[in-house]
Every structure is written in structure tokens, then in C-alpha cells.
Design a protein around this ligand. Sequence first.
Ligand SMILES: C[S@@+](CC[C@H](N)C(=O)[O-])C[C@H]1O[C@@H](n2cnc3c(N)ncnc32)[C@H](O)[C@@H]1O
Length: 454
Amino acid sequence: MSRDLVDDPTQHLQYMRHLQQSQPSRPPIERFGQGYQDYMQSPLQPLTDNLESITYEVFEKDPVKYEWYERAVALALKDLRALLGDERQIIVAVAGAGRGPLVTRVLQASRKTGINVKCYAVEKNPNAHLLLQRRNATDPLWANQVTVVASDMRSWPGPTLPNDGSALTKTDLLVSELLGSFADNELSPECLDGVQHVLHPGHGISIPQSYSAHLTPIASPRLHSDLLSRASTDISLSVSEKWEIPYVVMLHQFDYISTAPPTTSPEVPQTPDVQQAWSFSHPVAPEILAHARQRGAGGTVADTGTPYSGPTTNDHNARSCTLRFACADRGVCHGLAGYFETVLYSSPNRPKHNNNNSEQQTIELSTNPVTMAEKSKDMISWFPIFFPLKTPLHIPDGGEMEVSMWRQTDDRKVWYEWVVEVYMRVPVGEGGSGKRMRVGISELHSSRRNGCMM
Ligand SMILES: C[S@@+](CC[C@H](N)C(=O)[O-])C[C@H]1O[C@@H](n2cnc3c(N)ncnc32)[C@H](O)[C@@H]1O
């Protein structure tokens, strides 16, 4: 290289610019999450708190979620029309409408499919309600045709008949998006139970139809030391309670502890072993809700006259799981990473395997790292959730972790509890598979004191 070139920084600068400009663009979640890596936030509680307009604005930037909802609504409208015929409008309610993006998608699906709908937008946040009314008056697609209802969905009596404002009717399609990073942690099950009475008991469809919570153990010294060094800046939390609540966080510097298949070979691609904790489906079987109502009203055990004791009205929304994770390599577990999957709509009328996306039979969203690329690549609305462990757990080579988790509830709130155990096999005699011995266990963590109010 000539001395001139070495001394002239312009060429070096040009080359650096070239490298910078020819970088592949970063995936949307990385662009969107810039500055949020490993930053732990308390999960939103849209049921108890009223979200600000800026929070809705951030949700609405998602390039995938709303598009997938529109596809799901279009599929459901086609199935409802096939069932109910062309004569009457399909009645659709968006429950928890926010500033109205899902209402717009319902109206777009209606226009694209040519299926006439009557749309209701139900929202309990008074600020969002004002925005919905304005949108109804100004957006040409809405054209003042949407009925905006300012109410908690659980106390909404339901739509009224067009020609008789006092007679109630049922909705054919109930669209909601009340999901948190761990599926049910923003109390979607409780809200949808409370509004199910407005859905037609025969053919009524809920979008989403189901959702499930998923988890896997992770190592993240960074999150652990961040929590260790946190004095309780949040005045509502005592110092020890910081270990007893889950956090929403864009995981960045971390490792999966259990991979499937468990192997130490560098040639086999490693995917995390993310397992399903539990799931919810909607609409719920009417007997379950009737039973819960009966218990809540202090009813009696059917045919016996014995008063109910113990179980509360929300017991059917309690869940629990025990999951085993094989760990090929030794490591340290600092907590559990949580994700969700949801089936927005699965049409019973279309062929199972259809490569044409617009006619896809099952429309799903996922934040599970194993299935997200296939189900809803580039979706940005949700970061994972992190359930911390107060004391990190050491896992030996070839160890096994057993995670037990509960979704607990009483009549007022919902909370999570979690405990992790570590096992290893110790040889006994010759040729046997060994004895499974517990070599570590975490504290039982519980977010009861900071549970989500119903
Ligand atoms: C996650 S936001 C989704 C908003 C909007 N649908 C979207 O997708 O952008 C959930 C919305 O549901 C509302 N919400 C939650 N629980 C509700 C309830 N019980 N009754 C009525 N609205 C509720 C919240 O105020 C919030 O606007």
C-alpha cells in the first residue's frame, strides 16, 4: 500500500460508510426495541389502569398484529355468512377497542369480503372513548356507523335491535385483544367471561379463540444483578417484593438453559425447549360460567341443598403446571422467560394445508421464539415476560430442571406463583439408569401482594 493511501483517511472513511450502508436492515423488533434491551418494566394492567394515548400509538405501529386480525375477521365473517345466509347483517363487537384500530380492521374485512356488518366498539377508558367518538365522526370508513359504548365490557348488556332500541340482541362475532406477554396476565380470561353473555350461544365466535402461556428457564446475570442492585424505587414495592413479580423485558444478554434436542454438539442447531404452561379457550362452555355464577351468588350444590364453600367464582380460571427441562450443560438459572401463542381464528371450513396466505385456515400470533417466525414474524407488540429467581440455581451437566407454576385467583385478583427444582441422576449399582436426586430448589415466589385486580 502506498504511503499516500495510508495517510489519507478519506478512503478509510469511505469504506466504513460503505460497510455501514450495506448492512442488512435490522429486524423490526430490534429497531423497535432499541434502548429497551434488558430493561425490566412492570407489565401493563389495562383493566385497572387507563392507558395513555401514546401507549396506544406505540401498539398501533405493529406491522403484523392488525393485519392478522383482519384476516381472522374476514375468515370468520365468511363462515358466519355461510351459516346465517346473506339476508342479515353480521353483528360484531370489538371489546376493549382502545383508539379503534381493530374496529377499522373489522370494517376493512367487511368491505373486502362484501359482508355487511353492524359494529359496536366497547371501551371502558374514558379518554379512549372520546377518541373513538371523534373517529366515528371523522373517519370515512367508520362513517358514523359504529356504535361506541362507554362501558366495562363485563357490565355491557349487549347490542340493541336496530328498529327497537330497548330490545337486546346477541353478537355473532366478538373481537378482543386483551393479551399480555404471558397470554392471560392482563386478565383476558376474566374480561371475556364477563362479556360472553352478549355472544350468541349457538354460533357466536370469539377472536381470539384460544391462547396459551409458554416458558423456558434462562441464564441472565445481567437481569439478576440489575434486580440485586435495585433499591425499591417503586414506592408500592418493598425491597424483597422485587423478586416476587414478573417483568416485561426485551431479553438481550441471556442464554437458554435447556435446548431441544439437548446436545453439546456444535453441529446440531439448538432451539430453546419452550414448553406450554396452560391455555384458555373462548367461548367458555356455558355450564362452567353458570356454575361459577352459582357459586358467586352463594348457591348450593345441585340437588343437595349444601351451600358452596371454598371455591370462588373465578376458580375455573386457575391453572397450574409442572414442566421438566433437560439441561445438557451445566449452568446457572436466574429465572424463567415467558411467551404466548394465540389462535385468533381457525376456520372449520377450509382445507388444512393451504399455502396461499390470504386463504389460510388458521390465523395465529406467537411470541414463542420457536414458532414466532412461522406464525407471526416481525410482530413487535409484545416483549417476553421474566419471572426472576431470588437465589440463582446451579445446574450440573446432564441435570434436569422441574418448574412448577400456578395461576392463582380469588374473587378479587389474579397472581402467579413459581418454584424451580434441580435434579441429577446419580449412579446406583451397575447398568441402572441411576437414582434421580434433587440437588437444588428455589424459594416459592408469589406475586399475590401485587396481583392483578379484577
Ligand atoms: C391491549 S389494549 C388493545 C386496544 C386495541 N384493541 C388495540 O388492539 O390496539 C386493551 C384495551 O382494552 C380495554 N379494556 C381492558 N379491559 C376492559 C374491560 N373490562 N372493559 C372494557 N374495556 C377494557 C383497555 O382500556 C384497552 O383500551
